[in-house]
Design a protein around this ligand. Structure first.
Ligand SMILES: CC(C)(COP(=O)(O)OP(=O)(O)OC[C@H]1O[C@@H](n2cnc3c(N)ncnc32)[C@H](O)[C@@H]1OP(=O)(O)O)[C@@H](O)C(=O)NCCC(=O)NCCS
Length: 183
């Protein structure tokens, strides 16, 4: 199996990020509520840098950021991602999500990220998946726990104190679950 460029869940559709999403990413980065736990709003230049990295990631690894839409209305709902993350010299696989506030509180982050976790298990050669979030981002941490992840450690990144969550990913060959790595 390869990671799909587009997929759908019961309530969302997802498509891999493309240059045509530049304006949508900038709109997302300008929403102070949505960006509050993601380091605050980002300007056009920061959004352009984000786009370049996101496009390069798909090009190089054939997975990355997917843009999400409400399946019923077709409206943009946010984004979800799987990406490489170099952490303390270790190449990790990160899962992440960000929804417009209008889509919060309906279990949609969990729905989108659960699909990503299935792709990670089925198609990517990692024994665990990680996620980074702010120490006080309770909502996000609840999503991570529902995804089967657990607190791994606190880390410092770009001057911010963050928590790293990690899950074991069942080995697709054996069906066994690899326990979280101790650090
Ligand atoms: C953090 C964030 C992703 C949470 O997303 P969310 O979809 O609102 O979170 P959930 O999926 O857990 O839904 C939250 C609540 O919806 C409710 N809910 C309603 N229907 C649901 C369903 N079908 N399934 C699950 N929960 C449902 C639950 O009560 C749940 O609360 P609980 O965990 O106390 O039970 C979202 O607030 C967000 O995108 N924020 C901005 C960006 C951001 O901070 N991203 C994370 C960076 S680390």
């Amino acid at each position: 199996m390869t990671v799909p460029v587009a997929f759908s869940t019961p309530r969302l559709t997802a498509e891999c990020i493309r240059l045509a999403h530049t304006a949508e990413i900038f709109r997302m980065h300008q929403d102070p509520e949505q960006m509050a736990m993601l380091g605050g709003v980002r300007d056009e230049e920061q959004s352009a840098t984000y786009m370049v990295r996101a496009l390069q990631h798909w090009e190089e690894f054939a997975f990355g950021v997917w843009m999400l839409r409400d399946r019923q209305s077709g409206e943009s709902a946010g984004r979800v991602l799987l990406r490489h993350l170099l952490l303390d010299g270790v190449n990790e696989l990160e899962v992440g999500y960000s929804l417009y506030p209008a889509y919060w509180g309906r279990g949609l982050a969990l729905e989108a990220a659960s699909a990503c976790m299935r792709f990670a298990r089925a198609a990517l050669p990692f024994t665990s998946v990680v996620a980074l979030t702010a120490t006080d981002h309770v909502r996000s941490q609840q999503v991570l726990r529902k995804l089967g992840m657990a607190f791994d450690r606190e880390i410092e990144r770009d001057g911010q104190r963050l928590v790293l969550f990690r899950t074991g990913v069942p080995d697709s060959a054996s069906g066994a679950t690899v326990p979280p790595r101790s650090t």
